[in-house]
Design a protein around this ligand. Structure first.
Ligand code: KG4
Ligand code: ZN
Length: 339
């Protein structure tokens, strides 16, 4: 029997809806919220309001683009957390009401697990998907984790950040340089024409497979403060080299622990996921590592790296097959630890 899942994602500042036929993507609609740009970061209150405005048109478009009737839907999957509570409430409340109206099951999805399960989405013929077990470096605006994936919902976090996430490191570095929000893609863009060895920033010494990025932010801050005292246009003159050097440092920190994780676990099937997996420096480093360490690598399409509902629907599909449904009393959670 063919399964049609509607996925709804509203954990941060993107309202997204997608329809899958099994794992085949029929539609994936994303409404970005420009409103946060002028505040230099996501304003939770404004994000919830924008979700309220966007959710109906986005879901309507996703169902329309998928060329199906809403009565054909088998289940509705929604992001339960982690994320901004006000934003999550919009998506989860809508999902509950819609599932009730259509009299179909409701499925709750963890946003971080969904980033990983995005690797199982099919939208091209013979797409290669990972086989278990594999390691996934999950890097987003709020999380940085090395996850050992032994089954669709058997995921063990074997390394994580003890402070900032990798995406936060990108965004904070960009903010220090007065680049517009979101900073990650801006740094990536300027880094393309810069010299990654122009400036050296020290890397943290954290035991085992854990990460730390708060020291890097401080070292960039102090370095720029000293340089600006000597030359007020230092950032402007060195923008590309600064971006390339910062990006190279973050990528180097990420890759060292990932390589260590592969050696420790003996797993050579390696994936990346989450917003920062869109970074061209990280993607290149994965390609280099695949040759050097004989890894089989999995890099998501750009549209499935950053937040999207297709990944939520994918997680929903695998839960549907397992009969793992959610009750109407499910409440969102802000942090993965309070799941
Ligand atoms: O997964 P995501 O879309 O949302 C969260 O779940 O947090 O990740 C957003 C993060 C932001 O920090 C953003 O700056 C970063 O991903 N990001 C990038 C790039 N594209 C998005 N960081 C570096 N390079 C990129 N190309
Ligand atoms: Zn995300």
């Amino acid at each position: 029997m063919s399964v049609y899942i509607l996925g709804i994602e509203s954990s941060c500042d993107d309202t997204s809806a997608a329809v899958l036929n099994d794992t085949l993507v029929l539609s994936n609609v994303i409404a970005n919220q420009q409103i946060h740009e002028k505040f230099g970061g996501v304003v939770p209150e404004l994000a919830s309001r924008a979700h309220q405005q966007n959710i109906i048109p986005v879901i309507d478009t996703a169902i329309h683009d998928a060329n199906i009737n809403k009565n054909s839907l088998s289940a509705i999957a929604f992001t339960r957390g982690p994320g901004l509570l006000g934003s999550l409430l919009v998506g989860s409340s809508f999902a509950k009401a819609f599932a009730l109206t259509l009299n179909i099951p409701l499925i709750e999805v963890d946003h971080m697990e969904a980033h990983i399960l995005a690797h199982f989405l099919q939208d091209e013929e013979n797409k290669k998907v990972p086989t278990f077990p594999f390691l996934c470096l999950t890097v987003s605006g709020g999380h940085t984790q090395i996850v050992k994936v032994t089954d669709y919902f058997e995921m063990e976090i074997i390394g994580k950040t003890i402070d900032d996430a990798a995406g936060e490191a990108f965004d904070k570095a960009a903010k220090i340089m007065s680049l517009p929000y979101p900073g990650g893609p801006m740094i990536d863009r300027f880094a393309k024409t810069g010299n990654p060895n122009a400036f050296q920033f020290s890397e943290p010494r954290i035991p085992a497979l854990d990460y730390s990025f708060s020291g890097l932010k401080t070292s960039i801050l102090y370095f720029l403060r000293d340089q600006l005292k000597k030359d007020t246009s230092f950032i402007e003159k060195n923008k590309s080299d600064l971006c390339a050097s910062i990006q190279a440092t973050i990528v180097s920190i990420l890759m060292k622990k990932l390589i260590m994780a592969s050696i420790q676990t003996g797993i050579k099937s390696i994936a990346i996921a989450g917003g920062v997996s869109a970074n061209s420096g990280l993607r290149q480093a994965m390609l280099d590592a695949s040759i050097k360490y004989n890894w089989e690598i999995f890099i998501p399409k750009l549209s499935y790296s950053t937040d999207n509902a297709a990944m939520i629907a994918a997680a929903g599909y695998f839960k549907f097959k397992l009969g793992k449904f959610a009750g109407q009393n499910q409440v969102p959670y802000a942090r993965q630890s309070s799941r």
